[in-house]
Write a protein that binds this ligand. Structure first.
Ligand code: NDP
Length: 330
């Protein structure tokens, strides 16, 4: 069985030689364990953070050791009654073809309730992230003008649509290509969208939301956060989800130069981590599930075939090759 190891910590943008594709024997489950053949692997921006040797909410990947991440697979051997051979499970030992896990470390999922990849995307962690940030952290209200950065990605595409379905008066998104901008406006129902490469984000946002914004859902940070602060209405709220524009920087870029506006405009800017909010999972699935089923909330996946392409899929995701969730199918 094959697995991806961290060969060396990247400096700047990750490169192929930061990863090592190794072959190991297929493990045998001991007492209380299950063996899972992975079917879908998730590649996520937070993994770039785990490649760094710094203290964070998730421990760093270790050089020379197999990496980890979300995965969906089929149980092929089990020593426990609660998880049977043939069950489909969600777990956190991706980046490998076969995963050996304690029975308590897998979540059984219903393969008929949603396509398997959706458990890693719209119906899983990224979808819940969108819901948490908008509904709980930013407390989106009917009539709000909402701006989502990184809007064509896994989290952003769901966040923008939840805002619309929750009654936002205007939803604006930013993304990194003309095709993504078209997708946001024509397929996902964003009222306005812009390509952040087309000019100064502050000006592009001011044109897209001439009366200002009430809510900012930020996946990008940097110039996007500064632009949002400049374009907020009084009492605006920002849910800081991520700051991918800086993930490959060896030294953090200086923060927003206009933080002083937080006082005058009575802004609330708050970070959140989805892992603190799994109490919302049932509510999220109950509200968003029907929107997915009846097509009011659309989603796209960028699926790469072949386990050996996992590292490349990760690098391509960081470079913006994906629309919606980036997945690897084994
Ligand atoms: P995406 O599906 O959005 O993929 C990443 C995207 O980021 C790329 O497609 C690319 O799109 C964009 N991007 C890359 N570099 C830049 C840049 N320099 N400036 C602007 N955009 C860039 O990933 P996810 O939806 O999984 O994650 C989105 C964000 O949410 C990330 O910041 C992530 O860290 C965060 N996150 C936070 C969680 C939490 O609990 N707080 C949980 C999950 C995710 P483009 O073509 O538009 O540039």
């Amino acid at each position: 069985a094959r697995e991806f190891r961290l060969a060396a910590r990247p400096e700047g943008t990750p490169r192929p030689d930061n990863f090592e594709l190794a072959t190991v024997p297929v493990p045998t489950p001991g007492d209380g364990q299950v063996l899972v053949r992975n079917l879908y692997l998730s590649v996520d921006p937070y993994m770039r953070g785990r490649m760094r040797d710094v203290k964070s909410y998730a421990p760093p990947y270790e050089v020379g050791k197999v990496m980890q991440g979300g995965a969906v697979g089929e149980v092929v051997a089990s020593t426990v009654d609660s998880v049977r051979v043939g069950d489909t499970v969600l777990h956190n030992l991706g980046w490998r073809e076969y995963a050996l896990l304690g029975a308590g470390d897998v979540e059984r999922i219903d393969p008929d309730a949603a396509p398997l990849g959706a458990y890693l995307g719209v119906f899983g962690m990224p979808g819940l992230t969108a819901y948490t940030g908008l509904v709980r952290t930013a407390a989106v209200r009917e009539g709000d003008v909402v701006f989502v950065s990184g809007a064509a990605g896994a989290v952003g595409s769901v966040a923008g649509q939840i805002a619309r379905l929750r009654g936002a008066s205007r939803v604006v998104g930013s993304a990194g290509s003309a095709e993504k901008v078209r997708y946001l406006k024509e397929e996902l129902g964003f009222d306005e969208a812009f390509n952040y490469r087309d000019g100064d984000v502050r000006d592009l946002l001011a044109q897209a939301a001439p009366d200002g914004i009430d809510v900012f859902f930020d996946n990008v940070g940097g110039d996007h956060l500064e632009a949002a602060i400049d374009n907020f209405k009084v009492n605006g709220r920002a849910a800081l989800c991520g700051s991918i524009s800086g993930y490959n920087n060896e030294n953090p870029a200086p923060g927003p130069r206009n933080l002083g506006k937080l006082v005058g405009w009575r802004l609330r800017v708050e970070g959140f981590l989805v892992l603190d909010h799994y109490d919302l999972l049932a509510e999220f699935r109950a509200e968003v599930g029907p929107w997915i089923s009846d097509g009011r909330l659309k989603y796209q996946e960028t699926v790469v075939d072949g386990f050996e392409n996992t590292a490349q899929a990760f690098m391509d995701m960081l470079a913006g090759a994906n629309t919606g969730k980036m997945l690897v199918r084994l």
